[in-house]
Design a protein around this ligand. Structure first.
Ligand code: FE
Ligand code: FE
Length: 308
């Protein structure tokens, strides 16, 4: 007997929002362009320009990847069958597959004449594979004190490029939500920020952006992604004369239940906004929220908290 879908069923399945979006293939170029745009006249112009240059190198790692061992396809499939993130960062970082991306980044990055940058690059170049792995494990587990702050953007850039490359070349699979709303279904890393989409039938839906692999997954709005409460959530933006408060393209969702916050990007107010660059250009908001006693749980792998 064949199953015939009723028209209502077809519509229902067709209108269910996609759970997951892969990042675009020019993800890092988009980040670089955005950073270059906002760097002009910004108080952190030098830092933003440095990150933009790194994003260009990341894009070259996607376009011309180093020869490296990709994650074992059987293992990837097995993880998926068991409902685990197939590119689990906590286990793959302990293998060596990502290290060629760091080697290639260190080769391709044109080191500027600033002594602190030269020192950071020399430290990474001279470090053993074991030392690099220890630093990477610390970075991906949010233990920023476990590595020198100056190394964070370079190591973070290499790790992001490796994971995004694997993600974009993974066989298509049906990924499931993790136990925690804020955890990436593809690699298990925490979200960096949320994006409220606009245009089309998925207008107004919230997607969280992975800090490591950059995939985006759907999570309902007006719910703290850390403690899953909806009570008393507040939305604050930093003072910016260009926008009325209720039209700010970037707002923090503050949860009084667990004292945490998450930055949200509203694409209807800035269609070109991109999560990583928007996060790095709104650090004054983090400073203010920190003074108010709120905790930031979302990592940005190109920024050591407090280390600039
Ligand atoms: Fe991820
Ligand atoms: Fe909460």
């Amino acid at each position: 007997m064949s199953t015939i879908l009723e028209p209502g069923q077809i519509e229902a399945s067709a209108s269910a929002p996609p759970f997951l979006y892969l990042p675009p293939h020019n993800l890092f170029t988009l980040r670089a362009q955005r950073l270059e745009q906002v760097a002009r006249g910004h108080p952190l112009a030098d830092y933003l320009a440095l990150i933009a240059t790194l994003c260009r190198v990341q894009q070259s790692l996607l376009d011309q990847p180093p020869s490296a061992t990709a994650p074992d396809p059987e293992h990837v499939l097995l993880c998926q069958q068991h409902g685990l993130p197939p590119l689990a960062a906590d286990s793959l970082v302990r293998e060596d597959g990502w290290q060629p991306y760091l080697d290639a980044l260190l080769l391709r990055y044109q080191v500027p004449p600033q002594p602190p940058v030269q020192k950071a690059i020399a430290t990474l170049r001279n470090a053993s594979a074991g030392q690099r792995k220890a630093w990477a494990i610390a970075l991906l587990s949010g233990q920023f004190e476990g590595l020198p702050a100056a190394l964070v953007p370079f190591l973070g850039a290499a790790l992001q490029a490796a994971w995004s490359h694997w993600l974009l070349h993974m066989p298509p699979m049906d990924l499931k939500p993790c136990d925690s709303l804020g955890q990436c279904p593809a690699c298990g890393s925490p979200a960096m920020a949320g994006v409220i989409r606009h245009r089309g039938k998925y207008n107004g839906l919230r997607y969280l952006v992975c800090a490591l692999c950059a995939c985006e997954w759907h999570v309902v709005r007006v719910k703290c992604i850390y403690c899953e409460q909806s009570k008393g959530l507040k939305y604050v933006s930093f003072e910016d004369d260009r926008y009325a408060a209720n039209q700010a393209p970037l707002r923090a969702e503050i949860c009084p239940g667990c004292n945490s916050y998450l930055k949200l990007l509203y694409l209807e107010n800035d269609a070109e906004a991109e999560a990583l660059s928007a996060d790095l250009t709104s650090l004054t908001l983090d400073m203010r929220l920190d003074l108010d006693g709120y905790q930031r749980q979302a990592p940005n792998l190109m920024l050591a908290p407090g280390g600039g």
